[in-house]
Structure formats: C-alpha cells, structure tokens
Design a protein around this ligand. Structure first.
Ligand SMILES: Cc1cc2nc3c(=O)[nH]c(=O)nc-3n(C[C@H](O)[C@H](O)[C@H](O)COP(=O)(O)O)c2cc1C
Length: 176
C-alpha cells in the first residue's frame, strides 16, 4: 500500500433532522461525523461542500425544496472551491441520501472539477435507503474516475460506526 494524497469531501446538513421517527436537532450533521472519522483514520485533508443559498431550518420544508431541485435537475451554487484538487489522488465523498441519491449540490461539485484518473470513495448516511442510486449517478458524472464500492451508514448509528468505517477502508486497502 502506498500513501496517496487524499481529500475527504462531504456535504452535511446540521440542524433539524428526522431520526428514527422523530425530529431532533443535530449540532453536527451525520455525514460530517463520518467525514471526520475518515480524516482521523487516513490523515487526509477535509473539505465541506456548502451551498450559497441555505436550506430551510425546518426539516419538512427542506425535503420540499430538495425534491423540487431533484425534479428540476438543479445545480445549486457552491459557496467555496477546493484549492488544487489536481494534487489529490483519492477523494472520499460523503453525503446524506436525499430522495434516493445525493443532494443536487454534490452533482454541482462533481461537475465542477476533473476527476480523471482519481479514485472516488463514496459513502452516505441515510434513514433506510442506503446508497440508493448515488453510486450510479457518481459514475455517470465522473466517467473517467475509478469509483469504488461505497459504504452506507444509518444516520442514527454514526456515533458507533468506527469499526465499520475502518473495516471498509482496510478492505479497500486505503489504510493498513
Ligand atoms: C431533504 C432530505 C431528504 C431525505 N431523503 C432520504 C431518502 O430518500 N432516504 C433515506 O434513507 N433518508 C433520507 N433522508 C434522511 C437523511 O439521509 C439522513 O438523516 C442523513 O443521515 C442526514 O445526514 P446529514 O445529517 O449529514 O445531513 C433525507 C433527509 C433530508 C433532509
């Protein structure tokens, strides 16, 4: 195993969220928890995808806004850009499952850079739908990247997912 320069990129929406049947206020989003575990395990850099326009605080309103975005195949604008993405060989890509795939801003992100020859390592947090169509969508958006087999983690279990994350990365030969 050779050490490759890697970046943990994630989108995560903190605040009101639906967890195992009720609305709770998450000070740190579920996907962010996993993105930081990956950073701790691999020593990679970290980048948070953020939209210029914030989603509503209310969970149900966010589900409506995001469903419209999906139906319109929208590309919400990115608030920040990654410096020197060309220098990274491995991109860990984390997102919540929204309507069976990634939030549309992750589509924007994947279309904003050239991922040719890079390895994309996808994972999502979800409330029952797993990775949904996301791996297929990533492959469509980044046809010249190597997209490896992703990991799905139930949002309510992120606090105890350390072993699952470490075992997945070991299996992919990304950590010893
Ligand atoms: C707009 C929206 C749509 C969602 N759609 C789905 C879905 O289709 N399937 C699913 O399993 N979970 C769905 N969820 C639940 C999230 O995937 C889950 O709570 C996730 O862990 C949130 O991650 P975050 O805190 O990093 O944003 C949705 C959540 C939101 C806010």
């Amino acid at each position: 195993m050779t050490q490759q320069k890697s970046l943990s990129v994630y989108y995560s929406r903190k605040g009101n969220n639906y967890v195992s049947g009720s609305i709770v206020n998450l000070p740190i989003g579920n996907t962010e928890v996993i993105a930081k575990k990956i950073q701790a395990l691999t020593g990679c850099d970290l980048f948070q995808i953020e939209t210029v326009k914030a989603y509503p605080v209310d969970y149900m309103e966010t589900t409506r806004v995001s469903q419209d975005e999906l139906n319109q195949n929208a590309r919400p604008k990115l608030a920040e850009t990654v410096a020197d993405i060309a220098s990274y060989e491995v991109i860990y890509l984390g997102y919540p499952n929204w309507w069976g795939t990634m939030p549309m801003v992750v589509f924007t992100f994947l279309e904003s850079y050239d991922f040719s020859g890079k390895t994309i390592v996808p994972y999502c947090t979800h409330e029952g739908s797993g990775l949904g169509n996301s791996e297929r969508d990533i492959k469509k958006l980044c046809p010249t990247a190597k997209v490896v087999s992703g990991l799905a983690i139930k949002g309510s279990t992120v606090g105890r997912a350390d072993n699952d994350v470490a075992n997945w990365l070991k299996k992919l030969d990304l950590i010893p």
